[in-house]
Design a protein around this ligand. Structure first.
Ligand code: SF4
Ligand code: SF4
Length: 205
């Protein structure tokens, strides 16, 4: 039997609080760097990245379920196309660069339900890996890197957001969502297209 996993309101509220904190920290760093997406010639929604939690998968589907049938069918068709294109590009040894199926005319169709990684893109960030405490630094988007190069003598001098605590909070929320039965659920590493084509997260009992 297939049982759908839906995010209860109290966990949706916790997730919203994580996103709000992220937004505040993002705006603070972006302000210091003077990074804005206004009139950006790029659209970073064609970047190749993955999602790792059932809770955000469920959150994404909460947004998708608010769309009308025709919109959802259009998005699903684009997601299927995305999967085919990405397979072809990977087979050709390339890192896929394909517009996200949720991007319509430059805008995100589920903006309020977009995921943590989408909300973080742009500014320089750091992450301390839990397994070996190694600090990983990411320089931000191309526009951010250009500004940093002009403004600071070394990239390390630019302000950055440490996203470790937000990832830890998301991991704790995920554990709560899976009710201590995380071992029943395989680890996930999925593109947004896969999260759409595979439908809402579910457990097979
Ligand atoms: S995050 Fe960077 S690349 Fe993406 S739209 Fe904003 S400025 Fe442009
Ligand atoms: S979910 Fe929305 S914000 Fe994230 S990549 Fe897709 S269109 Fe862009």
């Amino acid at each position: 039997m297939r049982v759908l996993l839906t995010l209860p309101p109290e966990l949706a509220a916790k997730l919203a609080a994580i996103y709000q904190k992220l937004k505040e920290e993002y705006n603070c760093i972006a302000g210091q760097i003077s990074l804005t997406c206004q009139d950006c010639p790029d659209n970073c929604c064609d970047s190749w990245f993955f999602h790792h939690t059932y809770s955000e998968w469920a959150w994404l589907w909460q947004g998708l379920n608010q769309l009308d049938e025709a919109s959802l069918a259009r998005i699903t068709a684009r997601a299927e196309d995305y999967l085919q294109q990405s397979e072809e590009q990977l087979a050709a040894g390339q890192t896929p660069r394909i517009m996200c199926p949720l991007n319509e005319e430059g805008r995100c169709c589920i903006y309020e339900h977009r995921l943590l990684i989408c909300r973080m893109h742009g500014i320089p960030v750091a992450l301390t890996r839990p397994q070996d405490k190694q600090v990983l630094r990411f320089p931000g988007c191309f526009r951010c890197q250009k500004i940093v190069k002009e403004k600071y003598s070394k990239p390390d001098e630019a302000p950055f957001m440490d996203r470790t605590h937000l990832f830890s909070q998301l991991a704790a929320l995920e554990a709560e969502f899976l009710g201590g039965s995380g071992q029943l659920y395989p680890k996930i590493k999925k593109t947004i297209a896969e999260l759409i084509v595979q439908g809402p997260p579910a457990i097979h009992l």
